[in-house]
Design a protein around this ligand. Structure first.
Ligand code: SAM
Length: 286
C-alpha cells in the first residue's frame, strides 16, 4: 500500500469510506512523511524492540504503522467508529496492532494495558486531539499507569506550557503537575502544513520521561493540586488573595506564607515545585 502521507492515497481512502473530518474530535491527520518515523524512533528511550506502545487516536493509522515497526505490541484507542473500517484496511499487514474503540478519557487504561501489553514495558506515543491535551496527559500521569515515557504531538503553545520551568512566566498549573511526575522536553517542531486539514497553529513533539521517584515529597497530593489550581486560577493575583480559592482565610494564608518564608505579594509563577510542596505541608498543620 502507498504511504499514508501521500495526499492522493489519503484522499482516495477517505472518499471511498465516505469519511469527513470532525473538528470537534480534533482530527488533523499527519501528512508530513518525516514526522511519524521520528516520533516512533524517539518514543522509546533506552528500550529496544521489547516494549509496547499505547497510542491515543490513530486516525487512519499513519503513526500506528511506524510504531508497529519498532514495538512488539501497539494498542491504539480510537473514539471515532467511522475510522475502524479504514484502520482494518490500512493496518492489515500489522498483526501486532490492536485497535480498541473507546474514549481515552473514560476507558480503564490500566485494564487495557494489563490485557494487551503482555507484561512488556509501555510507552505512550500519539498525535493528540488538541481539545483534550492537558486533561488527557493529567489522566495518564495521575492514574500512575505503568508507563516509562509519553511522546506526544501537541500545539506549540501547549508544548511551551507543559515543558516550562517552574518559577517562570510560561509556567501554569499543568507545568507543576508535569514536573512532579516527569521530566519534560521539547523534541522538535512540526509546522501547520504537516497536517490535513492544516490547523491554524504550529505544533511540537514533546517527551515526558516519568520519574522513578518524585523529585520532592508531597505530603497530600489532593491538597497540593488544590493549591496549585487555586494559585494559577488567578495567576495575576498575589498568593495571599489567590489561595483563598483553595478554601483558606486570608489570616491562615498569611501565617503559612510567613512560615514558608514567602512574601504575601508573591505570585504563583514565582514558586518552584519544592515551594508548593512546602506550602502543602504547612497548610496541613492549620
Ligand atoms: N494519529 C493520527 C495522525 O497523526 O494522523 C490522527 C491524529 S488526530 C490529531 C486525533 C485522533 O484522535 C483522531 O483520530 C480522533 O478521532 C481521535 N480522538 C479524538 N478524541 C478521542 C478520544 N477521546 N479518545 C480516543 N481517540 C480520540
Amino acid at each position: 500500500m502507498p504511504a499514508l502521507t501521500d495526499l492522493n492515497t489519503v484522499r482516495e481512502i477517505l472518499s471511498r469510506h465516505g469519511f469527513s473530518f470532525s473538528k470537534a474530535l480534533g482530527q488533523n491527520f499527519l501528512i508530513n512523511p518525516s514526522v511519524c518515523p521520528r516520533m516512533a524512533q524517539l518514543c522509546h528511550p533506552e528500550l529496544d524492540g521489547e516494549f509496547a506502545v499505547l497510542e491515543i487516536g490513530p486516525g487512519i493509522g499513519v503513526l500506528t504503522k511506524e510504531l508497529a515497526q519498532v514495538a512488539k505490541r501497539v494498542i491504539s484507542i480510537e473514539l471515532d467508529t467511522r475510522l475502524l473500517p479504514i484502520l482494518k484496511e490500512t493496518l492489515a499487514d500489522y498483526p501486532n496492532v490492536t485497535v480498541i474503540n473507546g474514549d481515552a478519557m473514560k476507558l480503564d487504561l490500566a485494564a487495557v494495558l494489563k490485557e494487551h501489553a503482555e507484561g512488556l514495558p509501555v510507552v505512550v506515543c500519539a498525535n493528540l486531539p488538541y481539545y483534550i491535551t492537558s486533561p488527557l496527559l493529567m489522566r495518564l500521569l495521575e492514574s500512575r499507569l505503568p508507563v516509562e515515557a509519553i511522546t506526544v504531538l501537541v500545539q506549540k503553545e501547549a508544548a511551551v506550557r507543559l515543558c516550562a520551568q517552574p518559577a517562570t512566566r510560561e509556567c501554569g498549573a499543568v507545568t507543576l503537575a508535569v514536573r512532579y511526575f516527569a521530566e519534560p522536553e521539547i523534541l522538535f517542531s512540526v509546522s501547520r502544513g504537516s497536517f490535513l486539514p492544516a490547523p491554524k497553529v504550529d505544533s511540537s513533539v514533546i517527551r515526558l520521561r516519568l520519574h522513578d521517584k518524585p523529585p520532592c515529597e508531597i505530603a497530600d497530593e489532593a491538597l497540593f493540586f488544590r493549591l496549585v489550581h487555586a494559585a494559577f486560577g488567578q495567576r495575576r493575583k498575589t498568593l495571599s488573595n489567590s489561595l483563598g480559592a483553595a478554601g483558606y482565610t486570608k489570616e491562615q494564608i498569611i501565617t503559612v506564607l510567613q512560615a514558608a518564608e514567602l512574601s504575601p505579594t508573591a505570585r504563583a509563577e514565582e514558586l518552584t515545585l519544592a515551594q508548593f510542596a512546602a506550602l502543602t505541608k504547612l497548610f496541613l498543620t492549620i
